[in-house]
Design a protein around this ligand. Sequence first.
Ligand code: ADP
Ligand code: MG
Length: 321
Amino acid sequence: SILADQIAAGEVVERPASVVKELVENSIDAKSTEIDITVENSGLKLIKVVDDGNGIDSSQVKTAFLRHATSKITEQRDLFRVRTLGFRGEALPSISSVSNVLMKTSTGSIGTQIEYKGGKLVEQKAAESRKGTTVEVRSLFYNTPARLKYLSSPNTELAKISDIVNRLALSHPEVAFSFISNGRELLRTSGRGDLRQVLGAIYGVKTVAKLAPISAEGMDINVAGFVSLPELTRSSRNYISLILNGRFIRNYPLTKAVIEGYGSKLMIGRFPIAVVKVDIDPALIDVNVHPTKQEVRISDEPEIGKLIVGAIKQMLSDKQL
Ligand code: ADP
Ligand code: MG
């Protein structure tokens, strides 16, 4: 029901940045190589995501907007080996219940255009379209004034969108991203799989010159990434990005492990810039803890923490720092 979708939207679609996250995750799951994101007025007027992924077959488009309709999981045991970013089937129905959504999608043959307003189907028709999917979200939260009121200033909301886009680009250097806000390009990545290039696009070349690669391997665990030399620090932990099996996560013990790797080389209250990618067997993670999927349970957390600490210590000693 529309009411159930609006309730779910309260959990999944907290703010414009959550819409961007869910749409781009869908584009990544659809194996896109290029994802172009446009926002106007911090996403409240428009959020547009264009991808060149698999698209949705015309017979499945309406289903995609149904609650708990996911094409990504078919059996219960799939829940314990999730490889896609999405799997709960909540994003499209939630977003469309609190906005006006226009989707154009094609698997390569004849495409489909579908429009929803406040969760109600407005129109579905055949439409010419290249392979891929375009989603336009307009008038976000127009029918939930309380949610609108609770949003921060336009600049803060835009910063949150930018932060999400940056983290998605860091998680997927193999995808070419562009991000345009009110006609201004805020990010462009090459899609050539080069994490250093993505870091350069986000933080600038001067900063990237002060980042060093790290890596470590354990039993079924692979740790890799870039961390700053101790001379380059920030006053907040927010510049530490953790990416677990291609999904950026919030995880306090692993964030602490990054800091611990520096030992006494960080001044009190200073934190490194870091992008740490951890790849492990999906069976060892439970991503179904929270609707936004940013919190996960990891069975091998202490082991991963040790590998991170070791990789950073190794880098520092290699550089005789
Ligand atoms: P979930 O991602 O959890 O499966 P969503 O509500 O985000 O649920 O999406 C529902 C379904 O719509 C997906 O399972 C997928 O089949 C389809 N879908 C959504 N966005 C795209 C896209 N950009 N490209 C291809 N398929 C998509
Ligand atoms: Mg999804």
